[in-house]
Design a protein around this ligand. Structure first.
Ligand code: SF4
Length: 295
C-alpha cells in the first residue's frame, strides 16, 4: 500500500488515476475560499521519496495509464525534479498515456517556455488550474495572488507549450453586490485566453474558511451577501451569453456543487446552453437539491 500524507485531493476526472504525491500542500495556500491544504505546510518531496512511491506503485499497478501528481501544485517543483519524475514514470509504466497535476498561475508564470516545452515532451500533458474570477477586484478580495493579466499570461504559456488546461471558475464569489463585475471580468478573460476545458463551480464556504473569506471581502465596507440558486443561474446565464472564445472550449458545470448540470462545447453550443439556463430560471427544470451537493 502507498502511504499518503492526508488530506489528498484530486480532480473528479482523475478518479481512476494513480496518485503520486510529488509535493505536499499548496505553495500559495492563501486563497480565502479554500481550506484544502490549510492543515499542511508546503514542501517538495525529495526525488528519493517520490521514486520509492513510484517503484511501489509499479509493482502493485503495473498497467497504470494515468497518473495525477499531487498535492496542490506539483508544478511548483523545480523543472529538473519534475522532469526526472516524468522520466521515472515513463520508465516504470509502459502503458502510461497521461500525467497531470494542479498548477497555480504563479507556478506557470515562473516557468520559462523552454521549461514548459520540456515538461510536455516528457509527458506532462494536462494541468488543472483555478481561474476563479477574471475581475481584478474579486481576485484581490479572495487573495488569489494574481491579476487578470497574470492569469492570461499563465494560460497563454500553457497553450503555447501544447499543455492542455482544465480551468475552473467559481460562481458566487462576488456575492449579490459584485456579481456583475465578477462575471464580466471572467468572460473577458476566458475570451482572451481560453483554456481547453472550462468548468463552473458554485461557491460553498465551510465553517473553517467563511470568517476569513467574509472579512477579507468586506475590508472596504462592501458587505458580502451570498447568492442563492437563482442568482447563480443569472451569473451562469450572463457568463455563457458573453463567452465567445476564439478556439473551442469544452464546457461543463457537472461538478457536485452545481445546482444545474450543463455540458457542451463553446462557442458552438452556446445558444443551447443559454436556453437550458433560461428554462431553469423560468422554473421549467428542477434544480439539484442542496443535500446532494458539495465542493
Ligand atoms: S492555489 Fe488552489 S489549492 Fe492553493 S489555496 Fe488557492 S485554491 Fe487552494
Amino acid at each position: 500500500m502507498l502511504h499518503y500524507d492526508e488530506p489528498v485531493y484530486r480532480p473528479p476526472s482523475e478518479g481512476n488515476s494513480l496518485i503520486i504525491q510529488a509535493t505536499l500542500g499548496c505553495s500559495h495556500n492563501r486563497c480565502t475560499f479554500c481550506s484544502m491544504y490549510k492543515t499542511k505546510t508546503f514542501r517538495t518531496r525529495t526525488r528519493e521519496e517520490v521514486f520509492a512511491d513510484i517503484a511501489l506503485a509499479a509493482k502493485m499497478q503495473p498497467s497504470t495509464s494515468r497518473v495525477f501528481l499531487a498535492d496542490g501544485d506539483a508544478l511548483a517543483l523545480p523543472t529538473d525534479d519534475l522532469a526526472a519524475i516524468l522520466d521515472e514514470l515513463a520508465t516504470r509504466f509502459s502503458s502510461l498515456e497521461r500525467v497531470s497535476c494542479y498548477a497555480t498561475p504563479l507556478d506557470l508564470n515562473r516557468k520559462s517556455p523552454e521549461d514548459l516545452n520540456l515538461l510536455r515532451e516528457k509527458g506532462l500533458t494536462l494541468l488543472y488550474f483555478g481561474i476563479e474570477s477574471g475581475s481584478p477586484d474579486i481576485l484581490a478580495r479572495i487573495r488569489k495572488g494574481v491579476n487578470p493579466d497574470k492569469l492570461a499570461s499563465a494560460l497563454d504559456r500553457a497553450h503555447d507549450a501544447g499543455i492542455a488546461v482544465s480551468a475552473t471558475v467559481i460562481l458566487g464569489l462576488g456575492g449579490r453586490r459584485l456579481w456583475q463585475q465578477h462575471i464580466e471580468g471572467t468572460a473577458a478573460l476566458v475570451n482572451r485566453a481560453p483554456p481547453d476545458f472550462l468548468s463552473t463551480l458554485q461557491l460553498r464556504l465551510g465553517p473553517d474558511e467563511a470568517e476569513t473569506f467574509v472579512s477579507r471581502f468586506e475590508r472596504d465596507g462592501t458587505p458580502f451577501e451570498p447568492q442563492d440558486d437563482l442568482g447563480i443561474l443569472e451569473e451562469q446565464h450572463v457568463l455563457l451569453t458573453a463567452l465567445n472564445p476564439p478556439r473551442p472550449v469544452v464546457f461543463r458545470s457537472n461538478h457536485a456543487s452545481n445546482c444545474l448540470p450543463l455540458a457542451g462545447t463553446l462557442p458552438q453550443d452556446r445558444a443551447a446552453l443559454v436556453a437550458t439556463i433560461a428554462a431553469a430560471r423560468a422554473g421549467a427544470q428542477v434544480l439539484r437539491p442542496e443535500f446532494v451537493r458539495g465542493l
